[in-house]
Design a protein around this ligand. Structure first.
Ligand code: ZN
Length: 160
């Protein structure tokens, strides 16, 4: 396992559409394991494969410590409600914005062994699922932000 380099905003790889995983092999498992190490090192909530330079439809989310969700070829199949929250990204350090996301989503994906499953998320998990699946289509959160936070607002929230 290894900690990978996180691609930063401005790199065109973050703007590319990722291709689906077709073979669930050792390479896929290794990518997932390395992404987990990378996410933990960065203290993040989610990470998508293009953020580590791999253009495949793979992302991981860990909203609760120890509850890692691995999503391969994820598709959001249901969504409802709306939430307005502050959002950031490991590829966009130091910048935060307010986004509108669904309050609840249901996603269908494959696990590392190639089995299809569905997971429902609410609140932070719903937001993370939307954020990470957006990365697979080259979309960054600030594309959807209704407003970016100013430097003063970011400093204020750091003091809390
Ligand atoms: Zn992100």
């Amino acid at each position: 396992m290894a900690v990978l380099n996180i691609v930063k905003d401005g790199d065109e790889i973050l703007r590319k559409k990722c291709r689906p995983v077709v073979q669930f092999n050792e390479r896929t498992k290794r990518l997932l394991d390395d992404m987990k190490d990378t996410l933990h090192k960065a203290n993040g909530v989610g990470l998508a494969a293009p953020q580590v330079g791999v253009l495949r439809r793979v992302c991981i989310i860990e909203c609760e410590p120890g509850e890692l969700i691995e999503l391969i070829n994820p598709e959001i199949i249901e969504q409802s409600g709306e939430q307005e929250e502050v959002e950031g990204c490991l590829s966009v350090p130091g910048r935060w914005g307010i986004t509108h996301r669904p309050m609840k989503v249901k996603v269908r994906a494959f696990d590392r062994d190639g089995n299809s499953f569905e997971v429902e998320g609410e609140g932070l998990l719903a937001r993370a699922i939307c954020h990470e699946t957006d990365h697979l289509d080259g979309v960054i959160f600030y594309d959807k932000a209704v407003r970016m936070l100013s430097k003063d607002e970011i400093e204020e929230s750091d003091d809390e």
